[in-house]
Write a protein that binds this ligand. Sequence first.
Ligand code: ADP
Ligand code: ZN
Length: 435
Amino acid sequence: MGTDMMTIEHLHQEELLSRDELHDLQLKRLRKTLKTASASPHYARTLACIDPEDIRSLDQVRDLPFTTKEDLRRGYPFGFLARDPGQMIRMHASSGTTGSPTAMFYTAGDVSFWADLVARCMHMTGIRAEDTFQNLSGYGLFTGGLGMHYGAERLGCLTIPAGAGNSKRQIKLLKDFKVSCIHIIPSYALHLFSVFRESGLDPRDLNLRIALIGAEPHSEEIRTRIEELSGMKAYNSYGLSEMNGPGVAFECRTQNGMHLWEDAFLAEIIDPKTGNPLPEGQLGELVLTSLNREGMPIVRYRTRDLTRFIPGTCACGREHIRIDRIMGRADDMFILKGVNIYPMQVEQILMSMPEVGQNYLIVLEREGFIDQMRIKVEVRDEFFEEDMRVLKGLAQKITRSLQQEILITPKVDLVEHRSLPRTQGKAERVQDRRK
Ligand code: ADP
Ligand code: ZN
């Protein structure tokens, strides 16, 4: 074991593996994954000339072909199954945020291993069997529902499958059942905890202590807001249906990057343009290979998610590599007047201003031949009621900050609290009306 077992409050032995032990295990599991995957129609073709026994080092993963979302769409619905369909017990689909959805299949072993991974993540943040856990994310095809649910049950928590939306009922459940831990999408958390306060209840007076937030890109400023509004500690949770769902990478109590479970996934960061590996610490696209899936293994999946490996070791003692919070999806980036911009850059600026409320929308417009960015920003009630001079000052402050940070002069519309459209699932941050 790499680390003194006494120092880490662990759920699984795998959490304690040293870098060397992780490498050995990954190599073994990579070979096995390639063998299993070759039984699927897709990989029977793309991995035809590869003999898993020839893989002697993890670097050789770079010689394997990537798998893209397009490949998964082309293989829809059964082209990636590595086992007889009769052996599958579960199907999920991605949310379809960027196009038509893809289908994922799980054997009983896959569902069980996934539940273990999620339980491990939850345990790492300090959740225990004695906790009552309310899952406020959508159930159904979205993996954030059943994925977190099975993990919480595996850990032994009383688990409430509340689903998304209906804030009044959510608040009642949180209160009546003395809920201590929750899973929630960050944009919905901001809404819920504002409603909470308006109804005259202070979330701090309840039993709440830990929030797991994920499923969409969010800035540190959003986390801070959620923590301040709710009085809970909020931990970042990363996953994607192509790699089971939640439980791929998670923050530990240090809250400095997310540990990506290397006994279950092999991670690379590549230059999204060239496909070449990037030096440690550089921002690029995360590529993942599942190492322990039986029903539908996926090799070198291009997630389109942008992050970096955080160099150095974590104070918690776990040696599983950490990824930084997701900057956004490669597809989210937009180009305005020749400048590459991610919504996250805008969000960081807006959410650091106390006058700004909990929601915003970036609209890209074309006026004549000129492209421009309009930002609709919700303002907190107490500021919105101020006189015009104060509001004008705020609009100028936002414009100046964005000019300095991203070199774009936006048009800023200040709008009333809760006037922008909200979804129950992942927030829509950008509307491109230039097309
Ligand atoms: P879709 O790609 O259709 O949204 P999923 O429901 O599988 O399908 O969502 C997975 C995606 O959600 C990830 O690839 C990533 O873009 C985003 N995501 C998940 N967790 C996080 C997180 N903690 N931070 C930022 N983005 C996240
Ligand atoms: Zn840690």
